[in-house]
Design a protein around this ligand. Structure first.
Ligand code: PLP
Length: 448
């Protein structure tokens, strides 16, 4: 099945008691054992089944199977947020004294985790000068345990060359971990291009309605942990915290996700509630059609902003002059994502007026809602960074990030047009009414 169909059907078969078409919500913390022997067998991982919902749950299982299949992965682990997903995903391959090499264009809290929290656990993250394979390669050493990137960076919008980054990582015997939140598997499937582990904030386009926090880690099942046992002994040596289980022996190709569940999910928690798994499954059912509309609306918004002389610059990878245009063709099938950034003439002050004047488009830090959203990263999501760090992550002071929703395009454009007018009070709202249909020329704006 194709991802569009998998999103609706995969991973759930009615159990016969009631042939529900919707996935049931198993709102239960624990599961009854048939006997002491059955309980022991479950705890020894000798039989399949459920013990306690911090470890697994039937509703969450469907979500895990479904997203794993959409990504072309082997297995997945759902967690309470995207942040928990990338935290577990990186902890699972590291130990004190080791490092991760990352591209610099990252979501702000990912950067905080990498720059401030992981180092406190003895794991350093080396931020490359840019997202090119050469810059990543330059930082890898014998202690590196993973290469990390966002398939499409938030908010920088850069499209990473997954195939090339995977080659660089694999040549050094380490995996490539990719955050695929922004494109979703509908636009891009990193495992197809060599990524080993894919993480998601399901809170965004996957869930799609801005109602539900969730995250997931997908294991491709392809990284040969046993071949690189000296770097990754956690998978190949007996684990004293789990009665000496050897993950590669027990879980085979699914050793990575098996350990992630058995060690991090079991001991650190960050569990996704079954109700949230259900809500995310509802959202995922329509992700393909929503993405079509997101992409189509975003293109029209990008063209509107590009052609508007009140706008100083726009960063949208669907334009042939974008440095990421080629990678957009390769990894996104030419369908540039619906997050874009831009700056209006007049810099920070005009940008603030514009932002305050938005009406339909909501001022929030989220992205990937079905509603259109706007964010000012420098003062919100990336506020914890210094100005230099912000610039490296692709964040400039005046920059506005848009996440274009699925409303009627004309309503989105009218809202942008009015807010742009508000940013230039002297010009009054002479363009409202005919809105985007007749743009002022650069000369007109200069005169005004
Ligand atoms: N990854 C990316 C690319 C994000 O944009 C976000 C949140 O904005 C996260 C991870 C964290 O996800 P969550 O908010 O679900 O914890």
């Amino acid at each position: 099945m194709r991802p569009e169909t998998i999103a609706l059907h995969h991973g759930y078969t009615a159990d016969g008691r009631a042939s529900t078409t919707a996935v049931p919500i198993y709102q239960s913390a624990a599961y009854e054992f048939e006997s002491a022997d059955h309980a022991a067998a479950l705890f020894n991982l000798e039989v399949d089944g459920y013990r306690y919902s911090r470890i697994s749950n039937p509703t969450n299982d469907v979500l895990e199977r479904r997203v794993a299949a959409m990504e072309g992965g082997l297995q997945a682990l759902s967690v309470s947020s995207g942040q928990a997903a990338l935290h577990f995903a990186t902890l699972n391959v590291t130990s004190p004294g080791t490092n991760i090499v990352s591209v610099p264009q990252l979501y702000g809290t990912t950067y905080t985790l990498f720059a401030h929290l992981l180092p406190k656990m003895g794991v350093t993250v080396r931020f490359a000068a840019n997202d090119t394979p050469a810059a990543i390669h330059a930082l890898i050493d014998a202690d590196t345990r993973a290469v990390y990137c966002e398939s499409v960076g938030n908010p920088a919008g850069n499209v990473c060359d997954i195939e090339a980054l995977a080659s660089v990582a694999h040549a050094q015997g380490i995996p490539l971990i990719v955050d695929n939140t922004v494109p979703t598997p509908i636009l891009s499937r990193p495992i197809q291009f060599g990524a080993d582990i894919v993480v998601h904030s399901l809170t965004k386009f996957m869930g799609g309605h801005g109602t539900t926090m969730g995250g997931i880690i997908v294991d491709s099942g392809k990284f040969p942990w046993a071949e690189h046992a000296s770097r990754f002994p956690m998978f190949t040596e007996p684990d004293a915290s789990y009665h000496d289980l050897v993950y590669t022996d027990h879980f085979g190709d699914a050793a990575y996700i098996g350990r992630c569940r058995s060690v991090y999910q079991r001991t650190l928690g960050s569990v996704l509630s079954p109700l949230n798994a259900f809500l995310l499954l509802q959202g995922i059912e329509s992700v393909a059609v929503r993405m079509d509309r997101h992409v189509e609306n975003a293109r029209k918004v990008a063209e509107f902003l590009r052609d508007d002389s009140r706008v100083e610059w726009i960063n949208y990878t669907g334009f042939p002059d974008s440095p990421y245009y080629g990678l957009t063709q390769k990894y996104l099938g030419g369908r540039a994502c619906s997050i874009m950034t831009f700056g209006i003439r007049g810099g920070l002050t005009a940008g603030a007026h514009f932002y305050d004047a938005l009406s339909l488009i909501k001022r929030v830090v989220n992205l990937g809602d079905s509603k259109s959203l706007a964010c000012h990263p420098a003062s919100t999501t990336h506020r914890q960074m210094t100005s230099a760090e912000q610039l490296k992550a692709g964040v400039t002071p005046e920059m506005i990030r848009l996440s274009i929703g699925i409303e009627h395009i004309d309503d989105i454009l009218v809202d942008l047009d009015r807010a742009l007018d508000a940013a230039f009070p002297a010009r009054v709202s002479s363009y409202i009414g005919n809105s985007h249909l007749s743009r002022p020329t650069a000369a007109q704006v200069a005169i005004e």
